[in-house]
Write a protein that binds this ligand. Sequence first.
Ligand code: GSH
Length: 203
Amino acid sequence: MKLYTSTRAPNPRRVDIFLAEKGIEVPKVEINLNNLEQKKPEFIERNPAMRVPVLELDDGTCISESIAICRYFEEIQPDPPLFGVDTLDRALVEMWQRRIELNLMLPVAMVFRHLHPGAAVLEQPQVAEWGEANRTRVIEAIEMLDRQLADRPFVTGDRFTVADISALVGIDFMRPSKFGVPENCANVLRWHSEVSARPSAKA
Ligand SMILES: N[C@@H](CCC(=O)N[C@@H](CS)C(=O)NCC(=O)O)C(=O)O
């Protein structure tokens, strides 16, 4: 088994945090995104979407999409459960994970890809207006999260789940675009300092 990954990129970090929580180690192959190694034919064979992370199994099967990779590890090692513990909990984790991915992570990525000079190699054309428009969406998503975190320690309740991982990675990826959690979102700020203190957050 091998994990094709890229240090400091947010989606690979989701898998790294997930694996750290499970205590699983997987050998890694570094893909240099700035050198566009993800667009080379041998990588496209592994992932036609030309993105990291990709998990290659020993029989050559490749799994891409961070959450699909995490689900694979959840099945082979259920403890600790990070996708919910029963029917209702699994549905709630799925709901929040998708909300966070679509409403927070994606707009944060749009801000970075369309405004950061370092992202020009990945995103052509860079449309500054689209990047700016997404800043508002990010803040709206954080406000949504703030309401959710008003009366529970983690995004879906008493347990740390994959929804917390996506939210943590999304929020931390605001940093290169030089914005962050608004000061009035006290619940998110409390949650963020707690989840950042987990050893897995160093991933
Ligand atoms: N939906 C994918 C997104 C993967 C993704 O966007 N990966 C970025 C790094 S965080 C990438 O490989 N970018 C390369 C590029 O844009 O060419 C997932 O969840 O894994």
